[in-house]
Design a protein around this ligand. Structure first.
Ligand code: SF4
Length: 286
């Protein structure tokens, strides 16, 4: 593991996968195409056995849990967290691919924190329920996102939000709802990206039907920081400007909270990297 690349300093870090795939079908997501149609978990005992080995034998101090949907079964997560606490393993962990908002309650957040969870990222995707649910097929309300965020905040787990800009159908009104929504939420950082049409997804088929991409279009995985296509409402340059507006608006409204987490040593490397990016864009206009 390249600890410098992942911003972890010299902390020894290893990755595990405790379950495969995700049964949902968000229109932009290809996880079920890569990992199969069903969510397939390992048992809590099996997962705890691997954690014991990599903490005690390989001396990992941080674990990336790389599942597609780690908390699809809320009871399984609680049993794993309780096992970590009971066995006294001392390490920090997070889920770089994000964690599902569904099923999050106060008990889950509390057990996650006690077992060493350093931060979580949730898939907000958009502040517009029309874009999130009718276009992206997330089946997730603003209220569910607000509640889950509050549970994590109450447990003192910093929360980041993944955002997707440039879905077909998104206009300026939808985008401004996203800006307003993340300003209201007590997030520690946001990670805005652009819509990516992975082959086999509904998004891909929609864009082919709309004539925006060819049917043999291939995704350039080296270039996720730049919009891949213009939409009917935004050119690529306009999409870039909107990402900048989202970052500036969010961080200008969250300075006191981020400063507090920085002082308390709770801000994650993802959050710090996003702040660095904002400073670069603001000061050097890059
Ligand atoms: S985006 Fe997340 S919730 Fe949606 S299908 Fe992919 S892994 Fe599942």
């Amino acid at each position: 593991m390249n600890t410098v690349l992942y911003g972890l300093g010299s902390r020894p870090t290893l990755s595990i996968i405790t379950s495969r795939s995700c049964p949902y079908r968000c229109s932009f997501c290809n996880m079920w195409l890569v990992h199969g149609p069903r969510w397939r978990p390992r048992s809590p005992e099996n997962v705890l056995g691997e954690i014991e080995e990599i903490v005690n034998r390989y001396k990992a101090e941080h674990i990336f849990i790389m599942d597609d949907n780690f908390n699809f079964d809320p009871e399984r997560i609680k049993i794993i967290c309780e096992g970590i606490i009971r066995k006294g393993f001392r390490f920090r962990w997070n889920t770089p691919n994000g964690i599902s908002v569904k099923g999050v309650d106060a008990e889950m957040a509390y057990l996650m924190k006690r077992s060493g969870c350093a931060n979580v990222c949730i898939g907000i995707e958009s502040g517009s329920e029309y874009i999130r649910n009718d276009i992206m097929k997330k089946n997730l309300s603003n209220e569910e996102i607000e509640k889950a965020t509050m549970h994590f905040k109450a447990a003192k787990i910093p929360v980041g939000g993944f955002i997707i800009i440039g879905m077909p159908g998104e206009d300026n009104n939808h985008f401004e709802k996203t800006v307003g929504f993340v300003r209201r939420l007590p997030l520690s950082f946001v990670v805005p990206g652009f819509a990516i049409p992975f082959p086999g997804t509904k998004l891909y088929r929609d864009l082919v039907d709309m004539g925006i991409i060819d049917k043999d279009f291939m995704v350039d995985i080296d270039n996720f920081n730049y919009p891949i296509f213009s939409t009917t409402d935004f050119t690529k340059e306009e999409l870039l400007k909107r990402r900048k507006r989202l970052l500036m608006s969010f961080y200008s409204s969250h300075i006191p909270m981020i400063f507090r987490e920085l002082v308390e040593g709770r801000l994650s490397w993802v959050g710090l990297n996003m702040i660095k990016r904002v400073c670069r864009e603001k000061v050097f206009n890059k």
